[in-house]
Design a protein. Structure first.
Length: 229
C-alpha cells in the first residue's frame, strides 16, 4: 500500500500539515487517534516511522501534522516530498482511541502531540451522549497553537467543550494561560476524580502528568496516553 501526497502547508516554522490519499482504495477505515506507519529505504536502510492521523475518516484520504527533525531519518524525506510523490505505508493501527464518550474527559497535548486530538475532539463531540470535554494544549509560542482557530470554533459551537492553550514562552502581548500544561492540570481537573484523561506528547511531559494524576488518586485505567520520542 502506498500513500500519495496531495498537498502540504506550513503550520509554523518547521511544522507542516500533510494531506495524503491511498490510490486504489475507496475507504481507509480507522478510529480517530490511530496512526499510520510509513516505510522507506533511506541511505541504504529500511526505516519505519509511525505518525498519528490528524483527521477524521474521509474516504481514502488522511492528514498528518509533522515537525521537521533535522537530524532525523524520515521527517526530512517527508518534508522534501512534492504533490504526487508517494511513500509505502501500512494500514492504521493503535489503541489511543476514545474509550467512553459518555464520560467527562480531559485531553492534554503538547507540540505535534495535538495531531490525534484534531481527529478525536470532533469525534467525541459528535457522539449523542457526549459529556464535558476540555483540551489543554501546551506549546512554546503563540504562532505554534496548531489548529487553534478550529478548536476555538468547536468551543463556540459546543457548550460542553473548552479549549485551553498555554504558552511556555509567551510574548508580552499574550493574555491567555502561560507555563507548561502541568501548571494548569489542577485547574482543569478541580475536585473531579471521575474523568478520563488522554495525554499525548513527548515522554517527559506524559510521564510527569501521569505521575501527578496517580498521586491525585486516578486509576491507571482512567489515564490513556501516547508518547512521542
Amino acid at each position: 500500500m502506498r500513500a500519495t501526497l496531495l498537498e502540504s502547508r506550513e503550520l509554523a516554522p518547521e511544522v507542516r500539515h500533510f494531506v495524503f490519499e491511498v490510490p486504489g482504495v475507496k475507504e481507509l477505515p480507522f478510529k480517530p487517534g490511530q496512526f499510520v506507519s510509513f516505510e522507506e529505504t533511506l541511505q541504504g536502510k529500511n526505516i519505519t516511522r509511525a505518525y498519528s492521523i490528524a483527521s477524521r475518516p474521509d474516504g481514502n484520504r488522511f492528514e498528518l501534522c509533522l515537525n521537521l527533525v533535522h537530524e532525523g531519518s524520515f521527517s526530512p524525506h517527508l518534508f522534501a516530498m512534492k504533490p504526487g510523490d508517494s511513500v509505502r505505508m501500512t494500514p492504521p493501527l493503535g489503541f489511543f482511541t476514545i474509550r467512553n464518550p459518555a464520560k467527562d474527559a480531559l485531553f492534554i497535548a503538547t507540540g505535534t502531540g495535538i495531531a490525534p486530538f484534531r481527529s478525536m475532539v470532533p469525534e467525541y463531540l459528535a457522539h449523542p451522549e457526549a459529556k464535558h470535554l476540555a483540551l489543554l494544549f501546551g506549546v512554546r509560542h503563540e504562532n505554534s497553537i496548531y489548529y487553534g482557530a478550529e478548536f476555538v470554533e468547536l468551543a463556540r459551537q459546543h457548550s460542553n467543550f473548552c479549549f485551553w492553550p498555554t504558552l511556555s514562552r509567551p510574548e508580552a502581548s499574550w493574555r491567555g494561560r502561560s507555563g507548561h500544561v502541568q501548571t494548569h492540570l489542577l485547574e482543569a481537573i478541580g475536585d473531579r476524580r471521575d474523568l478520563d484523561v488522554y495525554i499525548c506528547g513527548l515522554k517527559a511531559m506524559v510521564d510527569d502528568v501521569r505521575g501527578i494524576l496517580k498521586a491525585l488518586g486516578f486509576d491507571r485505567k482512567q489515564i490513556i496516553f501516547e508518547k512521542y520520542d
